[in-house]
Write a protein that binds this ligand. Structure first.
Ligand code: PBG
Length: 327
């Protein structure tokens, strides 16, 4: 007898009940953080052409969208403000304005839903006339330490407004420790830090930069975001961010970087977030709209794969849709 036909793996796949006995990965709305774009230009939400189904919200439509998210079990959002050109400067000073768009919306959201977990982005790009996450010197270099000082002020303005989780996405060195000290020094020891720890210099951020009009005006982000060819470098960032006091670590993008998620999972006991970024969303949406892929199945498969690789929580523009499908 063929010895491989004695132990038949297919017996464990013969019915949904048996398949569910040994399913290893679970996916639910509690695993999602919903990224939302907001602006204050005009009264209307604006559809984002390269991200079908996503809008740049006004405060009103933002509130309606958060209401929808909560109603399907998604308890966390991350805000990305679009700042008008007139407020963008070389020094990106608007980033720590306590009356700026982000702090105002954080206050409004927390007043309306104290239980909502509000995550905020810390980086200069939406506020910088150069479109970079850090300050740019006349010779084009990105100034690390000067930037970190600003990021601390930005983080404080968000914490003061009531943010639950501060998420620095800038990739400057030493910023987690500096932000932790700044928060603790101002009495915000309960505010968490979710560090964009392994953030790659990825072309998959294109649609996001369209949504916020935040693309770099010159050069690229390769002196601070990581080389897509590398994984050892990610582990070095993990060691730093953990020692600097991060509460959670992020890998970004997610789908094309599942091996990085796995390596980071094995290198830390901290919770791990993965960001299924705008370009990943755009790819799946475009193929689904063409009728080339079954949207529900590919989206749930992509999210399951990110969880299987080792992510605890996923930032995804599909948060509401996926939760509805899973219900
Ligand atoms: C900015 C930031 C970016 C994203 C999140 N925060 C863009 C970038 O680094 O250029 C990308 C998210 C996405 O593509 O969905 N610091």
């Amino acid at each position: 007898m063929n010895q491989f036909l004695r132990s038949r793996p297919r017996r464990n796949r013969k019915s949904e009940v048996i398949r569910s006995f040994h399913r290893e990965t679970h996916l639910g709305p509690e695993h999602f953080i919903y990224p939302l774009f907001v602006h204050e230009e005009g009264e209307k939400a604006i559809p984002i052409a390269s991200m079908p189904g996503c809008m740049r919200h006004t405060q009103d439509t933002l509130f309606a969208e958060v209401e929808r998210a909560l109603s399907v079990g998604v308890g966390s959002v991350v805000l990305f403000p679009k700042v008008p050109d007139a407020l963008k400067t070389k020094g990106a000073e608007e980033c720590f304005n306590p009356q700026g768009l982000a702090p105002r919306l954080i206050r409004a959201l927390k007043a309306r839903w104290p239980e909502l977990c509000v995550v905020t982005d810390v980086a200069l790009d939406p506020y910088s006339s150069d479109g970079h996450d850090g300050l740019v010197a006349p010779d084009g270099r990105i100034l690390n330490d000067e930037t970190v000082a600003l990021l601390c002020k930005q983080a404080l303005s968000q914490a003061e407004a009531g943010a639950d989780v501060i998420a620095p996405s800038d990739m400057m060195d030493g910023r987690v420790a500096a932000i932790r000290d700044a928060l603790d020094g101002a009495g915000h020891s309960e505010v968490s830090i979710l560090s964009y720890c392994a953030k790659y210099a990825s072309a998959f951020y294109g649609p996001f930069r369209d949504a916020l009009d935040s693309a770099p005006r010159g050069g690229d982000k390769k002196t601070y975001q990581m080389d897509p060819a590398n994984v050892r470098e990610a582990l070095r960032e993990v060691a730093h961010d953990e020692a600097e006091g991060a509460d959670m670590l992020m890998v970004k993008p997610a789908g094309p970087y599942l091996d990085v998620i796995r390596r980071v999972r094995e290198a830390t006991t901290l919770p791990i977030a993965a960001y299924q970024v705008s370009g990943e969303y755009a790819c799946l949406k475009a193929a689904a709209q063409q009728g080339w892929l079954d949207e529900e199945r590919v989206v749930l498969e992509s999210l399951t794969a990110i969880r299987r690789a080792g992510a605890d929580v996923i930032l995804t523009y599909f948060a509401i849709q996926a939760s509805e499908w899973l219900a």
